[in-house]
Design a protein around this ligand. Sequence first.
Ligand code: ZN
Length: 53
Amino acid sequence: MTASRTTPVTERCDHCGDPIDTTTWHPAVIERDGDRRLFTFCERECQERWRRR
Ligand SMILES: [Zn+2]
């Protein structure tokens, strides 16, 4: 039996592409435009900039 290593899920900011530490709080938006998609951002500023596109 091989021990399966738990790989940390590294999210990336949907605005600037920076890696996000998922163990700490980060802004997230769920868009329900047809498909349900989760957008994650490294900080609130990125979320607001993304929203304004
Ligand atoms: Zn960002």
